[in-house]
Design a protein around this ligand. Structure first.
Ligand SMILES: [Zn+2]
Length: 349
């Protein structure tokens, strides 16, 4: 990126059209909007001709998964969770597992990095989208924060941190028992590396924080602004890379250790509001993620990203087709401004 662009946030879009003869013999044009993500420069597409297309398996909220009642074979259910899950390295914690009320945190038996852990909500084995209790979700996040504080103390090099969630197998979840996943490593993931560089470059050239500036633009524009929960501000992503993608930004906070308990409660309220919105669309799967780079020089602010995934139901298609996988452009069917309009009532707007 040329240096003069370091301090710029550009919300650019262009529309192309496809001309074809429809089955009735009429010449028609189909518009496709191509938007560029102001943070990453990645392009995405919005195929408006598919807006009204009924996605298979979304006529109603799909029934619970077949193993929704099978607690005896679940390694995350009590009492077997204590014998079937691993224990923390004693260098990291005096306890075998971390607790926050009914939330239990332990290492991931199949790690993705140096510090890879699982934080259960509680002993409830299956919870439908939007139905998790506010307190269990908050406890799980607070448990993650506590684990990440231990990591920061124990291994100051492991600055690349993330809390993520896969809800249902269609979103990548292997166990339906509700849990958050935590990762910390000294090696940056692609999004950590790119976003840190972009946020720090932007700060160096403008003196402003990248995500705060992004939010300032979106608040002024208003068309994608959804609402707030405490200090968290919620917007539909300008250039989405997932269906109904929503961002929650906590301006000025660059570390997971900065938000206090009420801030985590506010975050959970926003997450549940978005899930109520997804539920209204009969969507049952989602991913969410919150990233940070825990270094004093990081200007990357906290941003939770949440998106609906393909429904978990028989013979539903994946939302990543050959186009996304091979060309690298996500194609969604609904304008982000429409997403914001549909989401606002769930934030009291
Ligand atoms: Zn379970």
């Amino acid at each position: 990126m040329p240096s003069q662009e370091h301090a710029e946030l550009t919300f650019s879009s262009r529309t192309v059209s496809a001309k074809l003869i429809d089955p009735a013999g009429l010449l028609i044009e189909r518009a496709v909007e191509i938007r560029t993500n102001p943070l990453t420069g990645r392009t995405c597409r919005i195929a408006f001709s598919r807006t009204k297309e009924k996605e298979a398996g979304t006529d109603a909220l799909p029934p619970p998964p077949p193993d929704a009642g099978d607690t005896s074979n679940c390694p995350f259910c009590r009492p077997q969770v204590m014998s079937q899950t691993p224990r923390l390295n004693p260098d990291l914690a005096g306890e075998n597992r971390l607790s926050c009320n009914d939330s239990l945190l332990f290492p991931n038996l199949f790690p993705y990095g140096s510090y890879s852990a699982v934080s259960l909500f509680n002993d409830d084995h299956f919870v439908e989208i939007g139905k998790a209790s506010h307190s269990s979700y908050t406890d799980s996040f607070l448990n993650c924060r506590r684990y990440l504080a231990r990591v920061r103390e124990q291994d100051p090099q492991a600055v690349y941190m993330a809390i993520t969630q896969n809800h249902l197998p269609s979103a990548g979840g292997s166990l339906i028992h509700p849990h958050l996943q935590i990762n910390a490593d000294s090696v940056a993931a692609n999004h950590h590396r790119f976003l840190l560089e972009r946020a720090n470059d932007y700060y160096q050239h403008s003196g402003d924080y990248l995500l705060s500036s992004y939010l300032g633009h979106e608040t002024n524009d208003g068309s994608r602004y959804i609402g707030s929960t405490g200090s968290w501000q919620w917007v539909a992503a300008f250039a989405p890379e997932g269906f109904f993608e929503v961002w929650g930004i906590l301006p000025g906070a660059t570390s997971m250790q900065q938000p206090e308990k009420p801030d985590w409660e506010d975050l959970v309220q926003g997450v549940l509001n978005v899930q109520h919105f997804y539920r209204s669309l009969n969507r049952n799967g989602y991913n969410l993620g919150l990233l940070s780079v825990e270094a004093p020089a990081s200007r990357l602010e906290l941003r939770l990203v949440i998106m609906a995934r393909s429904n978990y139901a028989p013979w539903v298609r994946s939302d990543h087709t050959g186009f996304e996988v091979m060309l690298g452009d996500m194609t969604t069917f609904v304008a982000p401004e429409q997403t914001a309009q549909w989401a606002r009532p769930f934030f009291g707007g």
